[in-house]
Design a binder for this molecule. Structure first.
Ligand code: PEP
Length: 363
């Protein structure tokens, strides 16, 4: 592991040379300098009391860390309790910390209230002191189909009998889509039962692999969160299939342009983007290589420059996520365009997450 000069990365400015973004050393504590953001996503772990105990251990080890922003994302049930624990006054008296510990929610719904059983609105999060919300995490973009079984419920309905009854209803409706009617007529015809069965299995598998939050839903969530004064950590990242097909940049371009369509230059300057390649996340996966991280961060920063100009591109914080651990954080933070990390597994262990926060200072 390389040893970093902590001063260079705890607080820095950035400049662009020949399409590459570089960090430049700055004095610690300069207003306007870029502050690293180290965020722990606890996912579906920790009851409220354990979350507070974990936080207390982390903050205890990080008492002297003032130039790094720390984010903690407990599950919804832990937010209120943790909000009470990390009140600025308490942090100051107990740990000597400034306002550098932030409460993060792992998701939000986009409607403000109503018949949405089980959902939580941005208003509700803002009311209990949440600072930022993670939006578009790959657990939600890509993995919901596996657990909710959307695929099998579609497949079960794709029978000749069901399609015929739907066809009958459609034909009675004014303005029904002629192409849909033609397709249903074709599929429900007697000789096409095998095609229908094959199509059902194909769709079942596709939805199992891919069903999850769409780019459209993510855009709605961002708009709703910002409207309530919540800041956003927007996650993006390619799956293994896209990387192997050399589609990484196309996919990131689509995810980010769609998400940012509703974000003003003012709002984007406070936003954080987290690049999390799906194939690098979770136990057993390998983190992306330093070269892969570097080229994607440059790509994202250049995209932000296209959309919002150089000033915002040079100050927006872009994090990396995917198996960040104490033994690779220094190398990752040494990459020119990386401003922090979104950490899953290692954020559940006090010593590990504290080492990550203290990157460059661990001896
Ligand atoms: C994540 O889920 O956002 C993540 C980065 O997980 P891990 O650090 O465990 O790979």
């Amino acid at each position: 592991m390389k040893t970093a000069n902590p001063k260079a990365y705890r607080n820095y400015f950035r400049q662009r040379t020949a399409n590459q973004w570089h960090k430049i050393e700055a004095e610690a504590g300069i207003p306007g300098a870029i502050r690293p953001f180290l965020a722990g996503n606890w996912k579906m772990n920790m009851i409220p009391r354990s979350g507070v105990a974990l936080t207390a251990r982390i903050l205890d080890i990080c008492r002297d860390i003032k130039d790094v922003d720390i984010g903690l994302a407990p599950p919804f049930t832990g937010l209120s309790t943790l909000a009470d624990y990390i009140k600025p006054d308490f942090l100051r008296t107990e740990y000597g910390l400034g306002r550098n510990v932030f409460l993060l929610a792992q998701d939000t719904f986009f409607e403000s209230k109503g018949a949405f059983t089980g959902e939580i609105s941005p208003e509700m999060l803002a009311a209990i002191g949440v600072d930022r919300v993670i939006i578009g995490h790959s657990d939600r973009r890509a993995n919901l189909g596996k657990y909710y079984g959307f695929g099998s419920s579609v497949a079960r309905r794709l029978t000749g009998g069901f399609l015929s009854s739907q066809l009958k209803k459609l034909k009675e409706k004014d303005g029904a889509d002629a192409q849909v009617i033609a397709a249903l007529e074709h599929l429900s015809a007697k000789g096409n039962q095998d095609i229908l069965a094959g199509l059902a299995r194909f769709l079942e598998e596709e939805l199992r692999e891919r069903a999850g939050e769409s780019d459209e839903a993510i855009q709605l969530k961002i708009r709703a969160a910002l409207a309530q004064g919540l800041q956003v950590i927007l996650c993006c990242g390619e799956n293994r299939e896209a990387r192997d097909a050399n589609e990484t940049f196309n996919l990131l371009d689509r995810q980010l342009r769609m998400a940012l369509e509703v974000v003003s230059p003012r709002a984007v300057s406070e936003m954080i983007i987290a690049y999390e390649p799906v194939w690098a996340i979770g136990e057993g996966a390998k983190p992306a290589t330093l070269e892969q991280i570097s080229e994607v961060h440059d790509f994202i920063r250049n995209l932000i420059m296209d959309l919002y100009g150089e000033q915002i591109a040079s100050s927006i914080r872009i994090l990396y996520g995917g198996n960040v651990k104490p033994d690779n954080i220094v190398d990752i933070m040494n990459i020119a365009g990386v401003d922090g990390a979104l950490v899953g597994g290692a954020s559940l262990k006090a010593n590990d997450f504290a080492s990550i926060i203290r990157f460059g200072l661990n001896t």
